[in-house]
Design a protein around this ligand. Structure first.
Ligand code: ATP
Ligand code: MG
Length: 636
């Protein structure tokens, strides 16, 4: 039998040694003999052995002392002691030094062979176990997760990731109770219950770093035997990134829902605004024509003025929806926010509201050195109006509204914004001492159609959506803070160093009037053609009208017109832009004004690319169309 195992036999009795060597060789063992301790030490240093048979009493030392000098190369060496006198103390000492077994001389060859076989098997198992432990250690260290073995919270072992995850050193954790170190107090009870119930599997909770920073973790626990104890193994991972991604997804979905609502609104607004504006043209313009023809003391004057103003308000609502759907990219002017607010507070609209809420006091505080802003005055007024309305409605009876302006330097993002453009801002603060906005609805109030008010009275739910859109379109930010004692809205607008634009001087009605120039009206709606004809005649122009782009082109090939007032959307047939292109082919110098319900339309943009052309928004007042025509006729 070839065991190919290498045995070192250390004995000073040469004959005994040789006999043993022969017995062992017969069983297939390779045997090297050393006759003293020193020789054995040298051999162990330079050769690898599987087993050493040690005589207890060597001439130069005790046999087991040889074991003291065993190096790494013979780490798995197993030793058997051979004793002559059978001293029990020596045997105990030998076992303490790691000797596997001992045999008394004279040696029984059978027993010797059996003991050797057992010893080698034992060593092989130890070797395999050690290799397996090594593999598991490598596996555990390769994991992204922290892995611990603990007994009721006492840390027995852990991989490096675990220490990295919580920011501790191995030495300060091993052998100590780690639960209170790695979990915050509020998570401890649940964890202790899981441990004492022997619960296994996944669990989410909060973890605690050494520096006190809490972070979300997921644990996966199981039980196992470890050095004859029942212990728990637990893999722990940091799930901050996952939680953050989940939260971002929710926010994104919420934003998407809001964006979808706005988009739907845009589509709806787009389709109704055209028709609605045409209808409103009659209500806004006819009263004006009638008023121009009426005596100052006519008894119907007041009623007709009422119809005109109602029409204007209706047009403003349409414009509100369009604002929301398409933004407020309208022309911006350099303005002083204080003046805008003062004008708004003095307006009839606001005075009417003030009279409805008599118990509410408005306190203003205007910064004297307020920077200018570049803005659309009408939209800012609307925003102020909506905020004041909300404040009034929230207070209901008696209370206080604060309106203040200030200059402020913004450097860090406001709540709800990931980034802001750092710089100087003009801030409008409107606060009230109403009942406040519940925290869970704070992220909803800017959504279009979100309202907690009774539908019909107020409460379309467009107010704050318009405020949000306006501020957004002015590259500004909104900050809301609210509790049960009141609400504060802060609107931030980027400050500008530019000076205010001069107001155009008012033009008297006579200045709008023409001198009998011919104007061709192109509109597919009969009502619109009629309104425009009447209006232009009133302004002393000669007006004629056609119902489509094709008819306009034919008309202009045979007749001359000083100006064409061209509708943008005409169906079926050519739209305003296509008609304009055709007209230019016959007469490149033809003067044209475009009238449309939309201010920001792709087609309108294309028209601007064709050349300088005036654009007038429907429904227009007599003054607006008068000025536009004058301006166009004066050109070139
Ligand atoms: N200052 C405030 N105090 C308490 N709640 C407010 C305040 N401002 C707004 N809200 C709440 O936010 C909701 C949305 O306001 P928003 O102005 O958009 O719509 P609305 O006022 O209900 O309707 P609309 O402005 O179209 O008439 C309100 O219904 C109200 O519940
Ligand atoms: Mg409102």
């Amino acid at each position: 039998m070839d065991h190919s195992q290498h045995i070192l036999l250390v004995d000073d009795e040469i004959r005994f040694g040789e006999t043993l060597k022969q017995i062992l060789a017969l069983s297939g063992y390779r045997v090297t003999i050393a006759t003293c301790g020193r020789e054995a030490v040298v051999l162990l240093d330079t050769h690898i052995f599987d087993l050493v048979l040690l005589d207890l009493e060597l001439p130069d030392m005790y046999g087991y002392d040889v074991l003291d000098s065993i190096k790494e190369n013979n780490r798995f060496l197993v030793a058997i002691m051979l004793t002559g006198n059978g001293s029990i103390e020596a045997a105990i000492q030998a076992l303490r030094k790691g000797v596997y077994d001992y045999l008394k001389k004279p040696i029984d060859p059978d027993l010797l062979l059996k003991t050797i076989e057992k010893a080698i098997k034992h060593k092989q198992m130890e070797k395999a176990l050690s290799a397996s432990e090594e593999r598991f250690k490598i596996l555990a260290d390769a994991s992204w997760e922290g892995i611990i073995i603990h007994d009721q919270g006492i840390l027995l072992d852990a991989n490096q990731q675990f220490f990295n995850l919580f920011g501790y050193q191995r030495e300060e954790m091993i052998g100590t109770n780690i639960l209170e170190k790695i979990f915050p107090p509020q998570a401890l009870t649940a964890i202790s219950i899981r441990i004492s119930n022997g619960e296994v599997g996944f669990h989410e909770s909060m973890g605690l770093k050494k520096d006190g920073a809490p972070f979300p973790v997921e644990t996966n626990s199981s039980c196992m035997e470890y050095h004859d104890r029942k212990v728990r193994v637990c893999a722990i991972r940091d799930i901050s990134a996952r939680i953050k991604a989940e939260q971002e997804k929710i926010t994104l979905l919420e934003k998407l829902a809001t964006a979808n609502k706005i988009e739907t609104l845009g589509l709806m607004a787009g389709s109704i605004a055209h028709d609605l504006n045409n209808i409103l043209s009659g209500i806004v313009t006819y009263p004006e024509i009638l008023l121009m023809q009426m005596d100052q003391d006519d008894k119907h004057r007041e009623s007709i003025e009422f119809i005109r103003d109602a029409g204007k308000r209706a047009a403003a609502v349409v414009s509100d929806i369009l604002t929301l759907a398409r933004g407020t990219t309208a022309e911006k002017k350099i303005c002083d926010l204080n003046t805008i607010i003062k004008n708004h507070l003095a307006s009839i609209e606001q005075q009417t509201i003030i009279s409805q809420f008599q118990g509410v006091r408005i306190e203003t505080q205007f910064a004297e050195d307020l920077s200018n802003i570049s803005c659309s005055e009408i939209h800012i007024s609307k925003a102020v109006m909506n905020l004041l309305n909300n404040a009034n409605e929230a207070i209901e009876k008696d209370g206080l509204i604060g309106v203040a302006t200030s200059n402020r330097l913004l450097e860090t993002p406001l709540h709800g914004y990931e980034h802001i453009n750092a710089g100087q801002y003009v801030v409008l603060t409107i606060s009230d001492n109403g009942p406040g906005i519940p925290e869970h609805t704070l992220n909803k109030i800017f959504e279009p159609f979100y309202s907690k008010k009774v539908m019909g009275r107020s409460g379309t739910g467009l107010g704050l959506a318009i405020v949000w859109r306006t501020v957004h379109d002015h590259n500004g930010y909104i900050n809301v803070s609210s509790n049960t004692t009141g609400t504060t809205f802060e609107l931030f607008f980027p400050a500008t160093r530019k000076q205010k634009d001069e107001k155009p001087t008012a033009i008297s009605m006579n200045a709008y009037k023409g001198h009998g120039e011919t104007i061709l009206i192109v509109d597919d709606q009969e009502g619109q053609r009629l309104i425009a004809c009447n209006l232009l005649k009133e302004l002393n122009y000669q007006a004629c009208a056609v119902a489509c782009g094709e008819a306009a082109v034919t008309y202009l090939q045979q007749n001359k017109a000083d100006l064409v007032l061209l509708d943008m959307i005409m169906e079926p047939g050519m739209n305003g832009r296509e008609t304009y292109e055709q007209i230019l082919q016959t007469n490149p110098a033809q003067k044209v004004i475009i009238a449309s319900g939309f201010s920001e339309d792709e087609e309108v943009k294309k028209i601007h690319e064709l050349g300088a052309i005036l654009f007038i928004k429907k429904p227009y007042t007599i003054a607006q169309i008068g000025i536009a025509i004058k301006q166009t006729l004066r050109q070139g």
